[in-house]
Design a protein around this ligand. Structure first.
Ligand code: ADP
Length: 316
């Protein structure tokens, strides 16, 4: 019988852990606060305790586990299991987490970027099941992506492939991006761009529902609530965001000719307000053959994509 794996999804706020079967089924799971401000050793020790607790709960020992996988929101050296840089987890610079965990438990451990993990999850057990070529994007604070070509995750020369969010949509100037450049796709079309646009409309004197709903700040979720309540300005914001996403994805679809584009992340929970204009724009702006053969679908694994995908690193 195939052994179980442990998948670990490290975020800026929480670390999620799960015992996962080789069929992608979660047997048990837990979550601990990251507390990056207390230093990486603190977080690593808590992760080790949480792994022990997970094993104990399932009456298993390290011998029963085939592999441990970690997903991190940042740059990871997949070959050496080192987290190079995780912008939302201060202090995680050149941390050899793979080796640290392997030495502690004697279980083979792999480490990769969190969106690459989510992509593996969706490919094997979610919206991308059966696909040979797909692109999975997450729209939240930024735009992350994972690319699958000929059934394999594309990692690139330095495991840095898939930065769709940094495709340039504008040659000079444009909105400033978190990466330090300007005019990047994600600077036009992510959570902060929704908020910036919503604030601009207010400055321009538009009367909007999201101004009433803000608590106290405007978030993409608040703009979504306003759209649901019928606010035309909020709906317009999602339409423009969807158009930007469609334009950015048209380049990706032309380049890779995927069967599916899978859309996940918190902002994607806005559903058709975003998806409808995205799909229409993608259809209009991509080249005919690639545009006709792609299907745009929502991610299926939701919050579990990270841990399920991380559990698959041992075979990918
Ligand atoms: P992160 O990139 O920080 O991990 P997530 O993918 O978790 O982000 O997405 C969080 C964002 O999603 C927040 O900005 C939140 O306001 C937004 N969000 C959550 N639900 C919705 C919704 N239904 N519609 C639009 N935005 C949403």
């Amino acid at each position: 019988m195939a052994k179980n794996r442990i998948g670990i999804d490290v975020g800026g706020t929480n670390v999620k852990l799960a015992l996962v079967t080789s069929e992608g089924k979660i047997l048990n799971s837990s979550s601990i606060p990251t507390h990056a401000e207390l230093g990486y050793e603190f977080t690593v020790n808590n992760i080790k305790d949480a792994i022990r607790a997970l094993l104990k709960e399932a009456n298993l020992t390290p011998k029963d586990i085939e592999g441990i996988g970690f997903g991190f929101p940042g740059q990871v050296d997949y070959k050496t299991g080192v987290v190079k840089l995780a912008p939302n987890i201060p202090g995680w610079v050149d941390i050899p987490i793979g080796k640290m965990i392997e030495e502690e438990f004697g279980i083979p451990t792999r480490v990769d970027n969190d969106v690459k993990c989510a992509t593996l999850g969706e490919l094997n057990f979610g919206a991308g099941k059966g696909c040979e070529n797909l692109v999975c994007i997450t729209v939240g604070t930024g735009i992350g992506s994972g690319i699958v070509v000929n059934g394999k995750l594309v990692r690139g020369a330095a495991n840095a492939a898939g930065e769709i969010g940094h495709i340039k949509l504008q040659m000079h100037d444009g909105p400033i991006c978190g990466c330090g450049d300007t005019g990047c796709f994600e600077a036009f079309a992510s959570g902060p761009a929704i908020v910036a646009m919503a604030e601009d409309y207010i400055k321009g004197g538009k009367s909007t529902k999201y101004r009433e709903l803000a608590n106290p700040e405007i978030t993409p979720y608040v703009v979504y609530e306003a759209a649901k309540a019928g606010d035309p300005v909020a709906k317009r914001i999602f339409t423009v965001m969807g158009e930007y996403l469609g334009i950015g994805l048209a380049s990706v679809v032309n380049l890779l000719n995927p069967e599916k584009v899978i859309i996940g992340g918190g902002v994607a929970a806005s559903g058709d307000y975003l998806m409808q204009p995205l799909k229409e724009t993608l259809k209009q702006r991509s080249m005919k053959i690639a545009g006709d053969s792609v299907e745009v679908v929502p991610a299926e694994l939701g919050n579990n994509a990270g841990v399920i995908g991380a559990s698959l690193l041992i075979e990918n």
